[in-house]
Each structure stands twice: as structure tokens, then as C-alpha cells.
Design a protein around this ligand. Structure first.
Ligand SMILES: [Cu+2]
Length: 121
């Protein structure tokens, strides 16, 4: 699974070198989406809507260490204060997918922080 994710990330990076925004635009790349966690809650809207086929880049910031899990796509990433993290994926599957935290601090809560909604093309 880890190998697959690394390969997946490598493919995305290969397709979208940071220096070529014109290229990225031609293939349904959406601008990076910033998501901030404060006091164990999302700042702002709790739903992110994208279209099937979009290259999604979620950029996480937090005021507390957390392990984030995008369900359905099964992407996990660790984020900590001063250490932003990103989740990159192609929105292939449609539906509504929660991102949960596998425990802030020493807890092990599993409630949804935010939902990613992927609409059919
Ligand atoms: Cu989870």
C-alpha cells in the first residue's frame, strides 16, 4: 500500500511540475486547497467539492499533531504544528468521503473533520 501511494504521488508530481501552471490547467488541475485545523476543528467550510478527474491537492495546516485519514481513497498523512502536509490524489471515485483524525494528542477519536465530495463529470 505504501509503495502504491509513493508511486501514485510520483506520477502526480511528474505530471505537474511546479513550474508549469499552464500545463496543469489543461488537465483539470484545481488550485491547491488549503485546509486549516484549529482546536480540533476545521476553519471555514466543512465540505470541499471537486469534480471527478480533478487532480486534488489538499494542503493541511494544524495547531496540534494529528494523523489524517481520507476515507475511501485511503490516504493517510501526518501533520503537526509548523509542519504542513499535503494530500495529492486524482478524484477517480465519486461520492462523499470523510477525512478523520486518528487521534489528536493521545486520544483516538475518529469523527469526521471535513468531507470531500467528488461529483461525476
Ligand atoms: Cu480513518
Amino acid at each position: 500500500m505504501i509503495k502504491f501511494l509513493v508511486l501514485f504521488a510520483a506520477i502526480i508530481i511528474a505530471q505537474f511540475p511546479g513550474s508549469a501552471p499552464a500545463l496543469a490547467q489543461s488537465v483539470d488541475a484545481v488550485p491547491p486547497i488549503s485546509v486549516e485545523i484549529k482546536k480540533r476543528k476545521i476553519v471555514g467550510a466543512r465540505t470541499i467539492r471537486v469534480k471527478q478527474g480533478d487532480q486534488v491537492n489538499l494542503q493541511w495546516k494544524t495547531d496540534e499533531k494529528a494523523e489524517l485519514h481520507l476515507h475511501g481513497y485511503n490516504i493517510e498523512t501526518n501533520v503537526a504544528p509548523g509542519k504542513p502536509a499535503s494530500m495529492n490524489f486524482t478524484a477517480k471515485a465519486t461520492g462523499r468521503f470523510p477525512v478523520t483524525s486518528h487521534g489528536f494528542g493521545d486520544g483516538h477519536g475518529h469523527s469526521a473533520l471535513i468531507y470531500i465530495e467528488v461529483f461525476p463529470k
